[in-house]
Design a protein around this ligand. Structure first.
Ligand code: ZN
Length: 137
């Protein structure tokens, strides 16, 4: 299974991983298919959103922080990172991107982001490319 590691540097951040996924798609040789991008973690997630203006990622983080407080009197999870688990679930743990003519079919402003909510940590991103003209894995 192909993939890569991401070393995050803050407790909460959105890390643009578009180029790293794109290079795995290119390496796969698939010209027409899909790329599944998955994070095997419970306190980080993955999402597709605007990568041109970094203010968008900042606003997403700001708003998630407002929605999900770090401390809440009703949290039961003893590890103290319930907010991170909740934010990770909001994003989800995978995205699927179509591949056309050997490239990810992303909109002009779209990029792939790993959402770190309990960093800094080293995270694993798993990428499985399936499609005509490529090797699976
Ligand atoms: Zn936990």
């Amino acid at each position: 299974m192909a993939g890569f590691s991401v070393k995050t540097t803050r407790r909460c951040e959105l890390v643009d991983i578009t180029d790293r996924v794109a290079s795995l798609v290119e390496t796969s040789g698939a010209t027409d298919g899909v790329a599944h991008v998955y994070v095997p973690h419970t306190t980080c997630g993955i999402t597709i959103n605007e990568s041109a203006d970094p203010s968008v990622a900042a606003d997403i983080l700001m708003y998630l922080d407002e929605l999900v407080p770090r401390d809440h009197p009703k949290y039961r999870h003893a590890e103290g990172n319930s907010d991170a688990h909740i934010k990770a679930s909001f994003l989800g743990s995978s995205v699927t991107v179509f591949i056309e003519a050997g490239r990810m079919l992303l909109g002009t402003w779209q990029g792939l982001f790993l959402g770190e909510f309990d960093g800094p940590r080293t995270r694993r991103v798993i990428v499985r490319v399936e499609g005509a003209g490529g090797q699976e894995g």
